[in-house]
Design a protein around this ligand. Structure first.
Ligand code: SF4
Ligand code: SF4
Length: 146
């Protein structure tokens, strides 16, 4: 947030009058400083999200700085950033879950393939054993195997 966003206000003279005016014990002067320097995260750490938008700091500010407006705008900006971050996290989580599902499906497919191959091999082995037994019986009887 830059001064150009609020072009009609005077500079902060650091009188500190806004500090005791705040019912939620924020330091509007410091919050303003962070926002002027575009340090949204610092303003968040300083408690801007707790601002009750009561306007008491505005009322005592000799520079007539619309402090509350600054803080409300910052809260909106932070809310948008949080929502974007949450959407990004949710998308990443969905992608991760999809990759896990695909890799699980691939494992199941491979397992089935191995089972089918093993079953086919054992069926061949059984058929070969039966054929050998029939050949032996036929040899004993002197007749060709069935
Ligand atoms: S508008 Fe926010 S910062 Fe200003 S006095 Fe009220 S709660 Fe405190
Ligand atoms: S009351 Fe206004 S001028 Fe005084 S410190 Fe607070 S913001 Fe700055």
């Amino acid at each position: 947030m830059q001064e150009k966003d609020f072009p009609h206000e005077f500079p902060c003279i650091r009188c500190g009058d806004c500090v005791p005016a705040c019912p939620v014990r924020l330091d509007p002067r410091r919050l303003l400083l962070h926002l002027r320097e575009a340090h949204l995260l610092a303003a968040q750490r300083e408690g801007v999200l707790d601002c009750a938008a009561c306007g008491r700091c505005d009322a005592v500010c000799p520079s007539r700085i619309p402090l509350m407006q600054h803080f409300v705008a910052a809260k909106k900006e932070i809310a948008v950033a949080i929502a974007q971050r949450e959407r990004a996290l949710a998308a990443r989580e969905r992608y991760r879950a999809r990759q896990l599902r695909l890799s699980h499906d691939e494992e199941v497919r491979e397992e089935r393939h191995h089972e089918q191959t093993a079953n086919a091999a054992s069926a061949d082995a059984v058929a070969a054993a039966i054929a050998r037994a029939q050949a032996k019986r036929a040899a004993r009887r002197g007749t060709p195997p069935a």
